[in-house]
Design a protein around this ligand. Structure first.
Ligand SMILES: Nc1nc2c(c(=O)[nH]1)N[C@H]1C(S)=C(S)[C@@H](COP(=O)(O)O)O[C@H]1N2
Ligand SMILES: [Mo]
Length: 440
């Protein structure tokens, strides 16, 4: 099973050459190209440099010629148009969004027993400023009837597929094969609200591994929704299901089979729609049988100290005590972060951290806590709460608990290892030395 795919090694090595702040992640079957942020330090800063931003995809990267690139756009009424990327970039407005992209498999390696696929720890997340063209402008330029009744943020119906006027937008990547299409569907209301066809990343041209020449960016949603090397957009009445696209091979694997949260041994049924696109709400007992990974669940990571070397408290902490600044990032998909707490004793007691810095929908917040430790060894954890009061669980449940683990306050062990947001697996051990020891 674990034969190395042709060219995979070379592709990963070339990406690592361009990304000195990234390291390879474990995918023993070599089915994916995956690199992740190399150290915790990435999570001590708001903007993730391209060199530290993780990469994740399944097939060899297509060779995109920006000048010749076109995007097929189709509506539900048989209306269809082909737009050239050059026209999109030149004629339509360019905007920027900050987006914290997290692979739905981030934290998969924290499941016990181990699940299949890429064994990410916590390195598959980063925040970039993506520049590009609003999806709304592209659909309008294609002459598509997106429907007056379609919900948007202003009317309070964004991301609400229960609004039955809402439809879905399916995005297709150019990396598919005859046998298998890479397609993902999101509610049309979300697409019209804040999604982009991105052609720039952190002020630079979009790198090949991040989707050059153009990708979809779905702010605040798991990475898989942000289709790279975008070649087609289809407005549809439901999500992509098997046979719903006019082409050979399978269509629905990435929407309907993989990237669903299900217990061991379950085979998710394919569905046209869901009552809510909020991933955590789908996990509520009896909401959705096997939740889809859409918006990111509440999560946080400490970036400094890294735990990689001992720290020495510096002068000027609060009350003139010598202090150590604990800094990190917290995010919650479409929801805002309400607060972050820090524990220095493995979750026994908690202290409020302070949120600061940029505050954009879909992007993480920085937090900071002034810690005044005595020399010793400590277990530092961070725990975030979103605006709806949903808190990171402490740990991941057992396969036997299945998705019911949620009811007892745990993150549910699931066969694909998706959407894990427990805080204890991300705790770091930090050694605090006194000034004399540290000065050596
Ligand atoms: N066309 C295409 N788009 C894709 C993928 C892919 O395999 N093919 N991988 C997805 C997954 S699983 C993730 S996590 C993000 C990662 O984006 P990045 O590599 O720019 O960080 O891309 C998504 N978009
Ligand atoms: Mo991913």
């Amino acid at each position: 099973m674990s034969e190395t795919r042709e060219g995979r090694r070379e592709e990963i090595d070339a990406i690592l050459d361009r990304k000195p702040g990234a390291s390879e992640a474990r995918d023993e079957a070599d089915r994916y190209t995956v690199v992740g942020a190399a150290s915790r330090e990435t999570f001590a800063n708001w903007l993730t440099p391209i060199e530290e931003h993780f990469v994740c995809h399944r097939n060899p990267m297509p060779d995109g010629d920006a000048d010749a690139w076109t995007i097929d756009v189709a509506g539900t009424a048989g209306d269809e148009a082909e737009l050239s990327l050059t026209d999109i970039v030149e004629d339509l407005p360019t905007v920027a969004v900050a987006h914290t992209m997290e692979c739905a498999g981030n934290g998969r390696g924290q499941h016990d027993p181990e699940t299949g696929s890429v064994q990410w720890d916590c390195e598959a997340v980063g925040t970039a400023v993506w520049t590009g063209t609003p999806v709304r402008s592209v659909l309008r330029a294609a002459g598509l009837d997106t429907g007056e009744a379609v919900g948007d943020a202003d009317s309070g119906t964004a991301n609400d597929p229960t609004n039955d006027e809402d439809r879905w937008l399916t995005a297709i990547g150019d990396d598919g094969t005859e046998e298998e299409t890479f397609a993902r569907s999101i509610p049309l209301s979300k697409a019209l609200d804040d999604c982009l066809l991105a052609h720039g990343m952190n002020g630079e041209a979009l790198p090949t591994e991040h989707g050059h020449p153009v990708r979809l960016v779905v702010p605040g949603w798991y990475g898989v929704n942000s289709v790279k090397w975008l070649s087609e957009l289809r407005v549809m009445d439901g999500m992509v299901t098997e046979g719903s696209l006019d082409r050979p091979g399978t269509h629905a694997r990435w929407q309907q089979d993989d990237y669903r949260i299900h217990p061991a041994g379950a085979t998710p049924e394919h569905a046209d729609t869901v009552p809510t696109a909020d991933t955590w709400d789908q996990l509520e007992p009896s909401a959705v049988d096997h939740p889809y990974t859409f918006d990111e669940t509440v999560m946080s990571l400490i970036g400094r100290p890294t735990g990689e070397e001992p720290v020495t408290p510096h002068e000027g902490g609060e009350n003139d005590e010598d202090g150590v600044t604990v800094r990190g990032v917290a995010w919650a998909g479409d929801d805002e972060i309400a607060g972050v707490e820090i524990s220095t004793n493995g979750g026994e007691t908690w202290h409020d951290a302070e949120l600061f810095g940029p505050d954009y929908a879909g992007a993480w917040r920085l937090f900071e806590y002034d810690w005044e430790p005595e020399p010793g060894t400590y277990t530092l954890a961070s725990r975030a709460t979103d605006e709806r009061g949903r808190v990171q669980p402490a740990s991941i449940g057992t396969p036997e608990d299945g998705l019911d683990a949620v009811e007892s306050g745990q993150f549910p062990w699931n066969e694909g290892g998706y959407a894990a947001n427990a805080y204890l697996p991300n705790a770091i051990e930090v050694e605090v030395t006194n000034e004399d020891d540290g000065a050596a």
